[in-house]
Design a protein around this ligand. Sequence first.
Ligand code: 5GP
Ligand code: ZN
Length: 112
Amino acid sequence: MDCIFCKIVDGAIPARKEYEDGLCLAFHDVNPQAPTHLLVIPRQHLVSLAHVEPEHAALLGHLMQVSADLAKKLGLTNGFRVVLNSGADGGQTVDHLHVHLLGGRAMHWPPG
Ligand code: 5GP
Ligand code: ZN
């Protein structure tokens, strides 16, 4: 399978890792959209939020918990945003589920 995030999980492509455990990996986005921009991804290949099943609920909860822990660790005390782009209209460009953790500046609403 030709998945860039699976290659990062496998170590075939380097990434600036901030955290990893048995279920997930967090690394800095190569094209950051905020002073802090991490991607939190499951080690397991899941295409998107549109592809999850009830059996993945605990894994999704873990990604949220890790995102919150990283926001705290990185000092995002003034707030932060988590985003899951899903599918073409959602703006997803890498088809391996990932949580964007953005912080260090004020975000706008609605998103573009
Ligand atoms: P999406 O558009 O699918 O929601 O987000 C994909 C993100 O992955 C983008 O923000 C993009 O900058 C990031 N990205 C794509 N390729 C790489 C890579 O090889 N390394 C890292 N660190 N980030 C990547
Ligand atoms: Zn993958």
